[in-house]
Design a protein around this ligand. Structure first.
Ligand code: ATP
Ligand code: MG
Length: 569
């Protein structure tokens, strides 16, 4: 198998640019050689594979260089946040194999210190209460080339600012009636310096601090300071924060009483074809029932990927292949699929299942006879052993494996032609029975008793091998087949409503899939299987004692590897 790695993402030492920067800082003895990172999710939705890219870096680099990584919930907006998300986020990080130990923090832990810091800035004449509407403030912002306009409230006396800010927090004023702004520079070429908002009034109770606070810090006023309070040395985030970095550094400098300062480093976001990464849009899909919940196997969420059958190994392998750079990119979903295929090929147990069954009757096989065929659990790893599969006169095979009038290169079953039944005998098709609509109801064949696989004389070769399941032993299961969630490659780049771009055929449910009995007895939710000749399938938690449900994780055909080979020619 060819290794597919994007070029230019690793240096000679095998490090990406973030790791190299950190290594250099450690070598230079910065922060006394200490390394501390953090992953700072806002608990306003479930994590998606883009977040995985972020925390694989945060936790991974700490592991690599003997540092620590904090989990910090950035819970500064009670209007959008929920305990449900906190628990889901923790579960997903753990599933990918990372742990924050006793370093679980919340930005809300710092509300008292942040409030005190705001008061200090007011007292020093570096912050003021602005009573304009958000529209007025926005209109005064200017443009990157045009300076902004100063607010009429910008020069109010310190005492008045202090009084108003304290009363804002007592709940005396309505939401949106005033904000606290940093007094920096309305003409600065960096728009983030044009008197950024530090605090706004929110009356919705906070899920942790209740009604204690009526003012809540903005991201830019909370993030750097939280990093500072925790002693974070490297604050790794995505490229959209590059223009925020000077402000991040400004506030930390105002706050710091020593010369320690966390360093922000930015990398490119993960974007995947045929899906969206915006939490707002994903929430909308869930709320409007356009998918079946956050863990719908079509979603790019970590819990959706898990349910679909993606493994931590596959996700980490994919993130490693796309790498960390400073260039925005759109990553191909085929590469993610390639990663899971490679992983499951090594680990998934091979079983026989017929998803679109038609009955095959072996007319010269004795009625009531049953043989036991031993099947390899994984031909890629023979140590996994074998399991037993019953062979009888009546078998299920795939409809697609038979053609009455086949084209030249059809090596499956057709009249008077021979195939091998996997692990068993060579058979020859002798005829079919059709119903009144002309559909094939039964296929007839004779078997050659001297051709049983593994026995002397069985070395006669035929071109096609079919999988099968014994009719009296088969267990019915449901299979959910998935296609791309969106019909277009890059939905975020299209005009109009993103919901109109959903693929209407992204889910197909098949009932009456015929499963071999050993698999039916042993399958548990979360187990991965390869259905021989068909693809990888994962048992869904909707399964119960009466019915097994499988999600098709991915087919066998590796479109990514094929494209790569073509590209190399
Ligand atoms: P929003 O802030 O709009 O709610 P978000 O996706 O940025 O959405 P956060 O909870 O703030 O959500 O993200 C936590 C961390 O994950 C941030 O450091 C952010 O940079 C990172 N992150 C978010 N989306 C991606 C992505 N697609 N690729 C890589 N990292 C991401
Ligand atoms: Mg964010």
């Amino acid at each position: 198998m060819t290794e597919i790695v994007e070029e230019g993402t690793l240096n000679e030492g095998g490090l990406n640019f973030v790791e190299q920067e950190i290594k250099d800082d450690l070598a230079a003895g910065k922060n006394g050689g200490r390394l501390s990172t953090r992953f700072p999710p806002e608990p306003n939705g479930y994590l998606h594979i883009g977040h995985a890219k972020a925390f694989i870096m945060d936790f991974g680099v700490a592991e690599k260089f003997g540092g620590t990584c904090n989990l910090r919930f950035d819970d500064t907006n009670p209007q959008k946040e929920d305990m449900e998300y906190v628990e889901a986020i923790k579960r997903d990080i753990h599933w990918l194999g990372y742990d924050w130990g006793d370093r679980l923090y919340y930005a809300s832990d710092y509300f008292p210190q942040l409030f005190e810091f705001a008061v200090k800035l007011i007292k020093e004449g570096k912050a003021y209460v602005d009573e304009q509407t958000s529209e007025q403030i926005a209109a005064q912002k200017g443009t990157p080339t045009l300076p902004g306009t100063e607010s009429p409230f910008r020069n109010r006396p310190v005492e008045e600012n202090l009084d108003l800010f304290l009363r804002m927090n007592k709940g005396e004023f309505e939401e949106g009636s005033m904000v606290l702004r940093a007094k920096i520079d309305m003409a600065n070429s960096n728009m983030h310096f044009r008197d950024p908002i530090m605090y706004r009034i929110i009356k919705t109770p906070h899920w942790r601090t209740g009604t204690q606070w009526k003012v809540y810090p903005m991201y830019d006023f909370a993030h750097g300071q939280s990093d500072y309070f925790e002693g974070v040395t490297h604050s790794i985030c995505t490229l959209e924060f590059v223009p925020h970095r000077p402000l991040y550094e400004y506030f930390v400098k105002e706050l710091a009483t020593d010369d320690y300062a966390p360093r922000q480093i930015e990398f490119n976001r993960l974007n995947l074809t045929y899906t969206v990464m915006s939490k707002r849009k994903l929430l909308q899909l869930v709320k409007e029932n356009l998918v079946n919940g956050w863990d719908d196997p079509r979603m790019p969420t970590i819990c959706g990927l898990r349910r679909r059958g993606y493994t931590p190994t596959a996700i980490k392998d994919f993130v490693n292949r796309i790498g960390y750079t400073r260039f925005e990119a759109l990553n191909h979903i085929e590469l993610l699929e390639h990663s899971v295929r490679e992983d499951l090929n090594k680990t998934a147990t091979r079983i026989s299942a017929v998803v679109n069954p038609v009955k095959l009757i072996i007319t010269n096989y004795p009625d009531g006879q049953e043989e036991t065929i031993l099947m390899d659990n994984n031909p890629e790893n023979l140590e996994e052993g074998k399991h037993e599969m019953p062979f009888t006169k009546e078998l299920w095979i795939e409809k697609e494996d038979f053609m009455e009038n086949p084209p030249k290169k059809f090596f499956r079953l057709s009249p008077d032609k021979e195939v091998r039944l996997k692990g068993a005998y060579i058979i020859k098709c002798t005829g079919v029975k059709k119903n009144d609509d002309g559909e094939i109801e039964e296929i007839y064949a004779t078997y050659d008793p001297d051709t049983r696989s593994g026995l002397p004389g069985a070395d006669r070769k035929v071109k096609g091998t079919l999988h099968w399941v014994s009719v009296p032993h088969a267990v019915d299961a449901q299979v959910r087949d998935y296609d791309r969630l969106f019909a277009v490659e890059n939905p975020s780049a299209e005009e109009g409503d993103f919901r109109d771009l959903l693929n209407p055929n992204s889910l197909k449910v098949r009932n009456g899939v015929k499963l071999e009995p050993w698999a039916a007895k042993n399958a548990k939710p979360g187990d991965h299987f390869q259905f021989t000749r068909l693809g990888y399938y994962t048992v869904d938690p909707d399964s119960d004692d009466d019915r097994l449900v499988f999600n098709k994780t991915i087919g066998l055909k590796d479109t990514w590897a094929k494209e790569q080979k073509k590209g190399q020619k």
